[in-house]
Design a protein around this ligand. Structure first.
Ligand code: CA
Length: 581
């Protein structure tokens, strides 16, 4: 027994020497939500709770928070910055607009290395040239690019260790989400739901990039696994061909997995949200159109779908169900919470997908009156679905309906947080609506595949955004903090009794997790559309957030875009701490 332990220790030290530093392991990632000296993954733990047990910065002293350092991404490429930093062994890794990644010295804020991915001119990101973050594994830092590639770099040197093409950017594929490591497997999705791509989840060996399996998220497509030589072996069709997609449209069916996923080590399942079915005009594709606008639970070992839950069957409003499924404990069971673009908050059994609760988290929802908790299906308001354009004037345009939420969603890419101490979710919500109508459309490779027109409008004079504390048990909004511009950054909550979030007006704010009372704010110089993080180093707790206005709102926001066009672009990361005593 003793001999075996010694042998293991010797083995470990050899491994450590070989790589010069202790590597990020599966065990570390499974425990990442409890780690205080690092931020090892997007979501501050693969469950995505964005909760830190740190208490040095708390409700009593957060008002004294001051900048420690700031770093500019530089260049002329100051578009939307939606990135969450990851932090390990004295380094911060941050992705930036136009598929860039920086490594920064945590102590000094000095740049250690930079990698700028060479992008072709013809990339087709739908919603700004953003990136949401990187994954850490072994000695590698891995991120996705706007031309649909995955790049793995050495954490110490920034040298490319492997690079893999995911798909054809000219067909509309891109990558903006942070990759997910689930039980030692690298899981990624694809962006491009507005171009008639086919959504899927892929698994790779994180150290080599070698493909292990693919799982399409449009019913009818074959899944594959791969042998050591890279040969594809059929691994079962997703769902049943033509069951919820009559005709041929499933072949370009959308359901992009553009937000990436979460992974819960206790259920051993990865949860991916899926985007709208393509095209937007729902009359072309009668049926539920699985697995669009859904949460799909996948076994990372086998690539099989264990369960799925569809938030918006036969979606007609671009209600991507791409939002994060955040697992948490309630009444001795493991559930997942999801604030959907369609305006409802869902509480679902994380093991089997059974709906436990569903309630509105915005004030105006026109497309459905409620979600039937028995069947799990929405109670649609028929007359509020945009009509079939072939029945309109000259067969060219359907009736215009006013719909709420707008297609940019009651919540979009900005991740929410869950605090196990207050037992509340903190959800960055937006109140807006849209005029929407359908038009004829046919698929053309690389062309926008919508079949709909729209104009987004505010619903209220004084605010669009609202940070809301939501009780998943009762469905009650416990408090809210209104914000003039739409909220587009993510949230973090801490055991210090705090909730941190940024605003497009440029502020990083700290509010009381129990009451929502504002305790501190700092003007970062550009809009914040990214989620904050925190960690402790040398006995000091730090908070960081990326600043840089952009994303989908200025591009697609209609009347709302006019309201926020005074905001300036940027590209930097800010780090804060308490002043030295
Ligand atoms: Ca979409």
């Amino acid at each position: 027994m003793q001999k075996k332990i010694i042998a293991t220790l010797v083995g470990l030290s050899v491994l450590t020497l070989a790589h010069g530093a202790a590597n990020v392991t599966t065990a570390m990632l499974n425990d990442a939500s409890k780690a205080t000296d690092s931020v090892l993954s997007f979501g501050m733990g693969s469950e995505g709770q964005r909760f830190s047990p740190l208490t040095q910065i708390n409700t009593k002293n957060v008002g004294q928070l001051v900048p420690a350092w700031s770093f500019s991404f530089g260049g002329e490429k100051q578009r939307g910055q939606e990135s969450q930093p990851v932090i390990y062994k004295g380094k911060m890794f941050i992705t930036a607009s136009y598929s860039r990644i920086f490594a920064i010295d945590l102590k000094t804020g000095a740049k250690l290395w930079k990698y700028e991915h060479r992008l072709p001119d013809a990339i087709m990101p739908c919603c700004d040239v953003v990136n949401r973050g990187a994954a850490l594994y072994g000695n590698l830092v891995i991120f996705g690019t706007l031309d649909a590639q995955l790049v793995a770099l050495d954490q110490d040197t920034g040298k490319v260790v492997w690079k893999e093409k995911i798909d054809d950017y000219a067909a509309g594929y891109s990558m903006t989400a942070a990759p997910l490591i689930a039980d030692g497997v690298l899981l990624t999705g694809v962006s491009g739901g507005e171009f008639g791509i086919v959504g899927r989840v892929e698994a790779r060996n994180p150290m080599t990039g070698e493909l292990l399996w693919t799982r399409p998220t449009v019913e009818g497509h074959m899944g594959y696994k791969y042998d050591k030589d890279g040969n594809a072996i059929e691994n079962g069709v997703s769902g049943t061909v033509n069951k919820t997609w009559p005709g041929e449209l499933w072949k370009t069916g959308g359901a992009s997995t553009w937000m990436g996923g979460t992974y819960d080590p206790s259920t051993k399942l990865a949860y991916f949200g899926t985007g709208n079915p393509a095209p937007w005009n729902s009359h072309l594709r009668p049926g539920d159109n699985l697995y669009s606008s859904s949460t799909v639970a996948i076994d990372p070992k086998t690539g099989q779908i264990k369960w799925s839950y569809q938030n918006t069957p036969n979606d007609s409003w671009d209600f991507d169900g791409a939002n994060e499924f955040v697992t948490f404990d309630m009444d001795g069971k493991r559930y997942g919470g999801k604030a959907d673009r369609n305006g409802f908050f869902y509480v679902i059994d994380a093991n089997n997908g059974k709906l436990q609760n569903a309630f509105p988290f915005v004030k105006k929802i026109t497309w459905a009156t409620s979600i039937d908790l028995k069947t799990g299906r929405p109670n649609f308001v028929k007359e509020n679905r945009p009509s079939d354009p072939t029945t309109g004037p000259e067969g060219k345009k359907g009736s215009t309906v006013f719909a709420a939420p707008a297609f940019l969603g009651a919540k979009n890419q900005m991740p929410m947080a869950y605090n196990p101490q207050t037992k509340l979710f903190y959800v960055p919500a937006n109140e807006w609506g849209m005029d929407i109508w359908n038009e004829p459309i046919s698929y053309k490779k690389g062309g926008a595949y919508l079949g709909a027109g729209f104009t987004i409008r505010p619903l209220n004079e004084d605010y669009i955004g609202a940070m809301r504390a939501i009780d998943p048990k009762t469905g009650k909004i416990v408090w809210e903090d209104k914000n003039s511009a739409p909220l587009w950054g993510g949230v973090m909550t801490t055991a210090g009794g705090l909730v941190f979030y940024g605003t497009p007006e440029g502020y990083l704010k700290a509010v009381d997790a129990k009451s929502g009372k504002e305790l501190w704010k700092f003007q970062t110089g550009s809009g914040v559309v990214a989620p904050p993080v925190t960690w402790q180093d040398g006995g000091t707790q730090y908070v960081a957030v990326v600043s840089g206005w952009g994303g989908a709102v200025p591009l697609w926001g209609g009347e709302v875009a006019k309201k926020v066009n005074f905001l300036e672009q940027g590209g930097s990361v800010w780090v804060f701490k308490l002043p030295a005593k």
